[in-house]
Design a protein around this ligand. Structure first.
Ligand SMILES: [Zn+2]
Length: 111
C-alpha cells in the first residue's frame, strides 16, 4: 500500500475552509486521520448524533454527540503566525526529514 500523502496529521490545528462547518472560520485539533478515506476527525467540529441501543447499562438507550469525520480536502493547516488557514510547502531539511512550512510566512509546522 502506498504511503498516505496528506497535508494534515494528528494533533495539527486545522481550519475548515469548505463544507457545512466552513462558516465563521472554525479551527480545531485533529484527533484522527483516516488513511485511505481522506477523512479526518477534528475536535469540536462536525458533531454528529449517534443513537445508542438500549442495553443493560442504558435501559432507555440514548443519543450521544460525537465528532464526525470531515474530508481532508475541506481542511487547511492553521498557521498561528498568519492566524489563518494556509497552504503548506513541503521541504526536505538537512536531516533528510520532510517538513511542512507555511507558504506565506515560512512558519515550520514540524518543529
Ligand atoms: Zn504563516
Amino acid at each position: 500500500m502506498a504511503a498516505f500523502a496528506c497535508h494534515i496529521r494528528r494533533n495539527d490545528i486545522v481550519l475548515v475552509c469548505a463544507g457545512r462547518e466552513a462558516e465563521g472560520k472554525k479551527t480545531g485539533k485533529v484527533l484522527q486521520v483516516m488513511p485511505g478515506k481522506a477523512l479526518a476527525v477534528v475536535e469540536g467540529l462536525n458533531y454528529i448524533h449517534k443513537c445508542l441501543r438500549k442495553s443493560q447499562d442504558r435501559p432507555k438507550g440514548g443519543i450521544i454527540k460525537k465528532e464526525g469525520p470531515i474530508a481532508v480536502a475541506n481542511l487547511m493547516l492553521y498557521c498561528p503566525h498568519c492566524k489563518d488557514g494556509v497552504r503548506v510547502a513541503r521541504e526536505r531539511g538537512a536531516d533528510g526529514k520532510a517538513g511542512r512550512k507555511c507558504k506565506v510566512c515560512g512558519h515550520s509546522f514540524d518543529g
